[in-house]
Design a protein around this ligand. Sequence first.
Ligand code: FAD
Length: 390
Amino acid sequence: MRAAIVGGSLGGLTAALLLRDLDIQVDVYERSPAELVQRGAGIGFLPDAARYLVQNAGLALDDISIATSCIRYLDRRGERIYEAAHGYRFSSWNTVYRHLLALIDPKYYHLGHEMTGWSEGDWGMAVQFADQSSTAVDLLICADGVGSTARSRLLPQVRRSYSGYVAWRGKVSESSLDPATRVVFHDAITYYVLANSHILVYPIPGADGSIAPGERLINFVWYRNYLEGSDLDELLTDTAGQRHDLSLPPGSVRDAHLAELRAMAASRLPAPFAQVVCGAAQPFLQVICDVEVPRMVFGRVCLIGDAAFVVRPHAAAGTAKAAADAWSLAGALKRHGDVVAALADWEPRQLALGKQLLERTRRIGRRSQVDCNWIAGDPELIFGLHGPGA
Ligand SMILES: Cc1cc2nc3c(=O)[nH]c(=O)nc-3n(C[C@H](O)[C@H](O)[C@H](O)COP(=O)(O)OP(=O)(O)OC[C@H]3O[C@@H](n4cnc5c(N)ncnc54)[C@H](O)[C@@H]3O)c2cc1C
């Protein structure tokens, strides 16, 4: 069996490794001409996201992520208003990508390959790329993310829906913080809830992957509301005057918005949070949106990860969902020798998983950004792919 995976990020790489382990001949095609880098993006690292690296590659969780032991909420004065023992793992997108990529033979990871379409017939299936090349396969796995080309082609009626808010993100080196601020953030996920908004801060590995205290980074994610239309257009227009769709990378946010972010942090956030936000050299932002698909399987083609459902980040489960789609697909392919039968068996569970996660994260987002009825320590807010804490 030959499989092509379109999209060489965390979901695509996990699927490639699992299929390779089943002796399927698998190639990954990534649009980007260079290896991927997501500068500064920390991730809540749930068990499904870590599973391949730990269970199959034998890496120690402590070498690729940071354990925190408590969930904490501060009030405006910086006083602790809630604290509970709860273990989480945090990593960075770059750390996980680098480790997964190292497990793939580079000759099967093709950079600079943008999939433009595919054709199917009695003769089989061929995937086409922007450089006019093509490849014949038995199975096409589309892990091409939130702006999925495959989804647009297969489900043109499915649209991204804007949540009403964006995530401002950034990081500072732990060693640059005041000792008192370091103590607040070093072993916890720490929240501050304000009207129609919330911010969370947690430690992530350093730029070189180091998890040693002092060499780590402190990462923030601050959810803030912007009206669709001119308000959002203005925010998403970069320093060169170009309007972006889904994110503004580090270094491209205009000075007026950076100044507003820092002024708002200084005037509205507890001092430790303000120090992190104001100390971040190049804050960047991601638009929070939802995508819900009615199907994930189309004959010999399937959608996984963000190419299928895009969920809000409030459960820290996006990469875990992409990995879970891949694990479950590998299990179905192992059970059924036949691709079409395997995909038919696989689809219902993953549709149910995507739907429940989307509904839950929408509800959490609405409570924070619209209804303002978050309660510090509310059990619904515990991260998890299958449910709070699960
Ligand atoms: C603010 C924010 C915070 C988040 N926090 C967390 C968190 O704490 N924990 C967590 O697990 N998740 C988190 N996520 C979600 C997580 O980042 C995504 O769910 C995850 O990256 C999806 O992985 P993926 O492999 O499906 O897609 P992506 O990572 O989007 O990768 C898609 C890949 O496909 C490539 N591609 C696109 N089109 C083509 C084409 N036509 N041909 C070839 N290649 C193509 C792209 O270049 C890209 O490399 C967060 C997301 C946001 C926005």
